[in-house]
Design a protein around this ligand. Structure first.
Ligand SMILES: Cc1cc2nc3c(=O)[nH]c(=O)nc-3n(C[C@H](O)[C@H](O)[C@H](O)COP(=O)(O)OP(=O)(O)OC[C@H]3O[C@@H](n4cnc5c(N)ncnc54)[C@H](O)[C@@H]3O)c2cc1C
Length: 485
C-alpha cells in the first residue's frame, strides 16, 4: 500500500507538497481549516470586483530565471501571467523624485546610473552580486549538514551592511531598498540571502496574474485531485498523535482521527508545537527554541474599487515613501511607505503598508464585525494616511474612489491563522541563522514542516521550500530529476 500523507494547511506550501507527493504515487490528504484553499493566495469578491489578499506579483518566470523551473514543474505557467513594463516594472517615489526599476540586471543598473552617474560601478557590482546569488538558488536543495550551510552562507550576513558597504549615495540606498515592502527591512536582522534572492528574481522579470492568486491554488488543487489526492476544507487539525516517536494520526476539530505515515505541516511552527503538545518525544529544548522565534510585521491593505475611466491602469507597482523615512527601521505606527498595485482587468487598486500586530492586538479577542467603532476609526485613519502620502503621485485617486475595503494583521490572523497576522512568517536573523532559519525536520521524524516560515517567504521561497520538504520524503535525486525533466 502506498504511504498515507496528511498535509496540514492548503496554502501554497501545503498544496505544492501535496502535488509532488501525489505525483510520486502517495496517498495524499490535505486538511484546511478555512472553507477556502490558498491561504495568502486567496482572492475575495466584493460586488463584481475580485481582490487579492496577499500575493500581488512575482519575479523570474521566464525560461532560465529563478521561478521558471518550479512553476513549470507545478504546471502553473499556463495561467494568465502578465509581464510588467520592462522599462519600469517598479517605480520608487521619494519626495518629488521618481526612479524606475527596469527589467534585466544590466538595464536596471544603466537606468539608475543615469540618475546616479557616480555610482555606475557600484550598481554593476550590486546587480552582478544579485545575479550570482540567483544562479546558486538551487544549492538550497543540496543535502548537507544544516549547521555548515547556514553558518557559512548569506543567511549569516547582514543585508543592510552589504548595501551600505556597496553603495555610497544614501539616496540610491533608499531607492534600492524602496521596493522592499515584499520583505521586512530591518537593519538588525534581515539576512542578505533573503534580500538578494527576492530582489534578484524581480530584476529578472516581474509578473502580475490577471484574475488573481486564487488561480494558483485552484490549479494545484485540480492537479492534486486528478492524481488521486484529496482536499478537505473546513477541517482544522487540532492535534497530532504520537506512538513510540512517530506520528500515527492527526485529529481534527470535526472529531475525526485520520491515520498517517507522514505528516507535513504548512502552518506556523508555534502552531505545530501546539498540535504536538501531548507528544512525549518533543523535548523542552525544542519547544523553547520554537517559542523564542519572533514574527515579521503584518500588512494593512486597502482594496479600493474605482469609478470607471478616471484613474488609468499602470503596468507597474509604485512605492511611495516619505522623504525622511528610515526604511530599515523596525515598523512603527507611522505610515512611511505605501505600495500601489493596479489590477490589469478591472477598475481597482490596492494600497499596502506595513503594520504591527501590537497596533491591533487590543481588538484580537473580539469577533470579526464586532470590533467596535474605535477599530473602524483606526482603519479609516490609516487609509487617510496612505492617501495623503500618495496624493502627489496619483492626484485623481480620491475622485476615483467608489468603495474601500480594508484588512489588518487581524484579518490574516482570522482567515489564514497566520501567527500575529505576520506577512512574511518567522523573522530570520543573520546574527542567529541556526536558530531562526528552520529546516523541515521536527523531533518526530515523520512530521515535517514547510511553507514561508522556513527558508524564504513569497511564492519563490515557498515553492523552493516545498521541493526541499518533499525531498525529505522522496529523496533529492528523484525531485532533482523531476524538476529537470
Ligand atoms: C499582504 C501580503 C502581500 C504579499 N505579497 C506577495 C507578493 O506580491 N509576492 C509574493 O511572492 N509573495 C507575497 N506575499 C507572501 C506570500 O503570499 C506567502 O509567502 C505565501 O503565500 C505563504 O504560503 P504558505 O503556504 O507558507 O502559508 P499560508 O498561505 O499562510 O497557508 C497556510 C494555510 O494553513 C491553514 N491552516 C492554519 N492552521 C491550520 C490548522 N490547524 N489546520 C488546518 N489548516 C490550517 C491556513 O488557513 C492557510 O490556508 C504576501 C503576503 C502578504 C500577507
Amino acid at each position: 500500500m502506498s504511504e498515507r500523507v496528511v498535509i496540514i494547511g492548503a496554502g501554497l506550501g501545503g498544496l505544492q507538497c501535496a502535488y509532488i507527493l501525489a505525483k510520486n504515487g502517495m496517498q495524499v490528504t490535505v486538511l484546511e481549516q478555512d472553507i477556502h484553499i490558498g491561504g495568502c493566495l486567496q482572492t475575495f469578491r466584493r460586488g463584481t470586483t475580485l481582490f487579492d489578499t496577499g500575493f500581488h506579483y512575482v519575479g523570474g518566470l521566464r525560461e532560465g530565471e529563478s521561478l521558471h523551473p518550479l512553476f513549470r514543474y507545478f504546471n502553473l505557467l499556463h495561467l494568465p501571467w502578465q509581464m510588467l513594463d520592462e522599462d519600469c516594472f517598479d517605480e520608487v517615489v521619494i519626495g518629488k523624485r521618481r526612479f524606475a526599476y527596469a527589467t534585466g540586471h544590466e538595464r536596471f543598473a544603466e537606468t539608475l546610473a543615469a540618475a546616479f552617474p557616480a555610482e555606475r560601478d557600484s550598481l554593476r557590482t550590486y546587480t552582478h552580486f544579485l545575479k550570482e546569488v540567483g544562479n546558486h538558488i538551487y544549492d538550497a536543495f543540496l543535502p548537507r549538514e544544516a549547521a555548515d550551510f547556514y553558518s557559512s552562507s548569506l543567511f549569516a550576513r547582514s543585508a543592510y551592511e552589504y548595501l551600505t558597504n556597496t553603495i555610497r549615495d544614501p539616496l540610491l540606498r533608499q531607492v534600492l531598498s524602496g521596493t522592499s515592502l515584499k520583505m521586512e527591512l530591518n537593519r538588525d536582522t534581515l539576512p542578505l540571502y533573503v534580500f538578494a534572492q527576492i530582489n534578484n528574481s524581480y530584476l529578472q522579470s516581474a509578473w502580475r496574474l490577471r484574475g488573481g492568486g486564487q488561480q494558483i491554488a485552484d490549479s494545484l488543487a485540480a492537479n492534486i485531485r486528478s492524481m488521486g489526492g484529496e482536499l478537505r476544507m473546513g477541517t482544522p487539525v487540532t492535534d497530532i498523535e504520537e506512538h513510540e516517536g512517530k506520528a500515527v494520526a492527526v485529529h481534527t476539530g470535526n472529531g475525526e482521527r485520520i491515520e498517517a505515515d507522514i505528516v507535513i505541516a504548512d502552518i506556523h511552527p508555534q502552531e505545530v508545537l501546539r498540535l504536538l503538545a501531548d507528544c512525549p518525544s518533543v523535548r523542552n529544548i525544542y519547544k523553547r527554541r520554537i517559542q523564542s522565534l519572533e514574527d515579521t510585521c503584518g500588512m494593512f491593505t486597502a482594496n479600493i474599487r474605482l469609478k470607471s475611466g478616471i484613474l488609468p491602469y499602470e503596468n507597474k507597482n509604485i512605492f511611495v515613501h516619505r522623504p525622511d523615512a528610515d526604511l530599515w527601521h523596525p515598523v512603527t505606527t507611522q505610515t512611511d511607505s505605501v505600495m500601489i498595485s493596479f489590477y490589469p482587468d478591472k477598475d481597482a487598486i490596492d494600497l499596502l503598508t506595513p503594520m504591527r500586530w501590537a497596533d491591533v492586538a487590543k481588538w484580537a479577542d473580539k469577533p470579526q464585525g464586532w470590533r467596535g467603532e474605535d477599530y473602524v476609526d483606526y482603519k479609516k485613519q490609516k487609509v487617510e494616511q496612505c492617501l495623503q502620502l500618495i496624493e502627489h503621485r496619483l492626484p485623481s485617486l480620491r475622485s476615483a474612489i467608489d468603495h474601500i475595503y480594508t484588512s489588518t494583521p487581524l484579518t490574516y490572523y482570522r482567515y489564514t491563522h497566520t501567527h500575529e497576522g505576520s506577512a512574511f512568517g518567522i523573522r530570520k536573523d543573520w546574527r542567529s541563522p541556526l536558530t531562526t532559519v528552520l529546516t523541515p525536520k521536527t523531533p518526530l521524524h515523520n512530521v515535517l514542516l514547510t511553507g514561508q516560515n522556513l527558508n524564504l517567504h513569497g511564492l519563490l521561497g515557498v515553492s523552493m521550500t516545498s521541493v526541499f520538504t518533499a525531498a525529505q520524503v522522496i529523496g533529492f535525486e528523484t525531485i532533482t530529476k523531476e524538476l529537470n525533466t
